[in-house]
Design a protein around this ligand. Structure first.
Ligand SMILES: *Cc1c(COP(=O)(O)O)cnc(C)c1O
Ligand SMILES: [Zn+2]
Length: 419
């Protein structure tokens, strides 16, 4: 892979050859996340804005020259990425933000952003010729890995906390993965998966620990910039659990900036649930020391006590002039309703968290109304129906006769006129 110079530790800066280490920098235990360093001059010979303009492959594979895969590795036979970037007029009008965009990553094959990362991991496991791929997940990363693996018949073993929403567990089983419900938290599942991968020699996709998840995730930043005709937005709002998505966006933007394809880095706005705010805490105290918390939030996908990519996640905000915010579970439920009713985007709680963060940032005057803002919606609402019902309420029951309907409709119609 001569478009890649090597791997660089995000903590100590030590550089490694691509085949020298498999996952993290050995000097820091499991948290020495490494960056993939590209030879961008070589990349620039392979791909250009103009070449992309003529490329009809509307998926993450259009950015192959900027991905850590062999030039001739087959892509997965699924439509991954190139999710819609909506300019939402109703939502923009209601917030007095004329330049508001919603990127709906719930439109990926397994209905979450995680397909971007799992797709790369599955291409890697095929390149390496390893028999089994594994991951720990709060649900979506596993569902994504199970789905991506099913598309090429790759065996996968998935560890999720036993509390994962039913629909996500159903996805795992439906795609034929070997599923282990861990009697513990996501953090427990993460550690067990690491131990298992060492013991059995399985290829481990664990978020942040595997250097290539971030590379898959960066494709969202590449898409946002290309969809905006290479005019980088002023800000991107994204929810944060392990911190690998926000770090991936940062990496993608840095790659584009160094290529000279965009002329500024958008401010990255990380949004965490108030009950799982380890990155927010570190950012607010101007430190890179991540102190674990007891995670407790309705937004299961970001219910993370010890973020596995915390340092890079804090830097993503601090190095771009962005910020971190926290939102309560009630604010997340409000945001789910607001997004669905005004933009017709149905998000799971962690997906709507980014939008809840924008609402809060406006209340606090952290954002100018005329800025170009992208809100990244990371997962579809059908992934977690219990939470959706909590946000949406119950439907009215009616007896099967017109008189009953008339009486009821009188009440319902008055509600429509009020709102
Ligand atoms: C995984 C996930 C996130 C958070 O991503 P991290 O890399 O863990 O910060 C947000 N939303 C959804 C729907 C997710 O599945
Ligand atoms: Zn190191």
């Amino acid at each position: 892979m001569d478009h890649i110079l090597g791997l660089k530790c995000s903590l100590c800066g030590r550089e490694y050859g691509l085949n020298e280490i498999e996952y993290v920098c050995p000097k820091h235990g499991d948290l020495g996340n490494v960056d993939v360093v590209y030879d961008l001059r070589r990349v620039a010979r392979q791909v250009s804005k103009r070449k992309l303009a003529d490329d009809r492959d509307y998926s993450i594979w259009r950015y192959r020259a900027l991905l850590p895969i062999e030039p001739d590795s087959p892509a997965l036979p699924l439509q991954i990425g190139w999710t819609p970037l909506y300019r939402s007029k109703q939502l923009g009008d209601s917030l007095e933000m004329p330049n508001l965009y919603i990127k709906d990553d719930g439109r990926n094959p397994t209905a979450s952003f995680k397909d971007r990362a799992s797709a790369i991991a599955v291409v890697k496991v095929r390149e390496l010729g390893r028999e089994i791929i594994t991951t720990a997940s709060s649900g979506n990363a596993g569902a994504a890995l199970a789905g991506m693996a099913a598309s090429v018949g790759q065996p996968a073993v998935i560890f999720v906390p036993q509390t994962a929403p039913e629909a996500k567990v159903a996805q795992l089983l439906m795609f034929g993965a070997s599923v282990l419900l861990v009697k513990g938290t996501y953090d427990d599942a993460f550690d067990l998966c690491l131990e298992a991968s060492r013991e059995f020699g399985w290829y481990c996709r664990n978020t942040g620990y595997n250097p290539f998840t971030l590379e898959g995730k960066k494709t969202a930043a590449l898409e946002i910039c290309e969809q905006l005709k290479w005019k980088a937005p002023d800000r991107i709002f994204v929810s944060v659990g392990d911190g690998n998505i926000i770090s991936g966006l940062h990496k993608g933007l840095k790659d584009l900036y160094e290529l000279g394809w965009i002329d500024k880095l958008p401010r990255l706005m990380g949004v965490q649930a108030a009950g799982a705010a380890a990155c927010y805490n570190a950012w607010r105290h101007h430190t890179e020391k991540i102190t674990p918390v007891e995670a407790e939030t309705i937004a299961d996908s970001i219910s993370v006590g010890l973020p596995r990519d915390g340092v890079r996640a804090v830097r993503a905000a601090s190095q771009t002039g962005g910020a971190y915010l926290t939102v309560t579970d009630d604010e997340i439920l409000d945001a789910m309703r607001g997004l669905a009713r005004q933009a017709a985007v149905f998000a799971e709680p962690a997906g709507a968290t980014a939008y809840a963060g924008l609402v809060k940032a406006l209340q606090r005057n952290l954002v100018e109304r005329d800025e170009t803002v992208v809100v990244l919606i990371t997962g579809n609402g059908l992934k977690d129906v219990k939470s959706a019902i909590k946000a949406a309420g119950q439907a009215q029951r009616v007896d099967p006769d017109l008189e009953s309907l008339k009486r009821l409709w009188k009440k319902m119609a008055s509600v429509i006129h009020e709102t």
